[in-house]
Design a protein around this ligand. Structure first.
Ligand SMILES: Cc1cc2nc3c(=O)[nH]c(=O)nc-3n(C[C@H](O)[C@H](O)[C@H](O)COP(=O)(O)O)c2cc1C
Length: 356
């Protein structure tokens, strides 16, 4: 019988309980891509509040990777020192921290002069900001960016890194037939659409070494007709498992309209939004699975944990309004999270004024 409050191993990453903070963009935690003091305060609150592992909001791995100016840039020259200070605080308060490595692709808006957002194929995800189909050398550069960023995070004290391959950002765009219309070896079958994800993983692994924990967040489904399917996602996860990925956080939704937004999905709060997919993946792939989406009570979480092989669950919106939720549950008040899933935190969370 699994319980929330026991340690668990996500590959080489040991965490003190089974509740993880899912990546949540802290738009006020950066000013023009540079870590701001607010970031440390947010993470200190979460660490004091009992989460075992904080996954940072997505941080940009390289040029033209950021969707917001309030998104941290790992490639900024100030990153290492400032992040080291943040990580030290999290560790002192008994939690661990994973950086989410992001490349927003066609949804990137912080674009250098003369450049365009990257995408697998030409498209316009942001009005009046057309994205270009990436050349193979640009793909190679982005793959390299992920590896370099991961090494910077490792050296600055992050306990792990997480590749963001969900929610319609660059790697998710490559995985999805809705964005990826390429005719070369990066488009077509899932073996080809998934190639960039495997290359990103391998580049990171080469740079951070065999023992450093590398996680991925990936969609099980795009929540759109003709999008990525569960079987295809399972294939990618199996390939990653064979190559040594430490854990998979399973989400869904390509976030191009209301129907495909992960936070609009469900809401059957009696079992979480995507727990069926996570249970299936955990039986199909020999790798620890973290299930995200719609978890609001400890009873639901323990119920899902005990239906199969899911190792942990992760929470986002509940921890925005109640950073100490996990400690509250641990202290015996197991009532539902205060979050009512109104989604008003989009564009307002953490000092953010409209996600710009
Ligand atoms: C304000 C906000 C910011 C988010 N930022 C990210 C992010 O940076 N990276 C990511 O993978 N997911 C992000 N998400 C999605 C969450 O990690 C999570 O998958 C989703 O909210 C469902 O979990 P929940 O029901 O516990 O909120 C964000 C969600 C919200 C509400």
């Amino acid at each position: 019988m699994k319980t929330i409050f026991e340690p668990v191993e996500l590959g080489n990453l040991r965490i003190k309980n089974r509740i993880v903070r899912s990546a949540t963009l802290e738009a006020g935690g950066a000013v023009n891509g540079v870590i701001a003091p607010l970031l440390k305060d947010i993470y200190a609150g979460l660490a004091e509040g009992g989460v075992s592992l904080i996954i940072t909001g997505m941080m940009g791995v390289g040029h033209n990777s950021c969707a917001y100016s309030g998104m941290n840039r790992i490639y900024d020259s100030t990153f290492s020192d400032r992040f080291a200070d943040v990580a030290e605080t999290v560790h002192a308060k008994g939690s661990k921290i994973t950086v989410q490595l992001g490349q927003c692709g066609a949804k990137a808006t912080v674009i250098e002069k003369g450049n365009q957002p990257y995408a697998p194929s030409e498209c316009e995800a942001i009005p009046n900001l057309p994205a270009k189909a990436m050349s193979q050398s640009e793909i190679g550069q982005v793959v390299n960016d992920f590896g370099d960023a991961a090494l910077l995070c490792k050296n600055a004290g992050a306990d792990a890194v997480q590749i963001h391959a969900a929610h319609g950002y660059l790697l998710s765009q490559f995985l999805s037939p809705l964005f990826n219309k390429r005719q070369d070896e990066y488009g077509g079958s899932i073996e080809r659409r998934g190639r960039i994800v495997l290359e990103v993983y391998e580049n990171i692994r080469k740079k951070v070494g065999a023992d450093y924990p590398v996680l991925i967040k990936i969609n099980y489904s795009d929540l759109k007709a003709s999008g990525l399917t569960g079987d295809e996602s399972t294939w990618v996860c199996q390939e990653l498992a064979q190559r040594g990925i430490d854990a998979v956080e399973l989400s869904s939704g390509i976030a191009i309209d209301a129907e495909s937004k992960p936070s609009q999905a469900v809401a059957d709060f009696s079992k979480g939004s995507f727990s069926n997919a996570a249970l299936k993946l955990s039986s199909d792939v020999p790798v620890p699975v973290i299930s995200v989406g719609g978890y609001r009570t400890p009873d639901t979480i323990e119920n899902v944990l005990n239906q199969g092989d899911i190792a942990a669950v992760s929470l986002c919106r509940p921890l925005i309004c109640e950073p100490a939720l996990v400690t509250r549950w641990e202290n015996g008040d197991r009532t539902k999270a205060k979050c009512i899933s109104c989604n008003k935190c989009f564009g307002t969370a953490y000092g953010c004024k409209g996600f710009v």
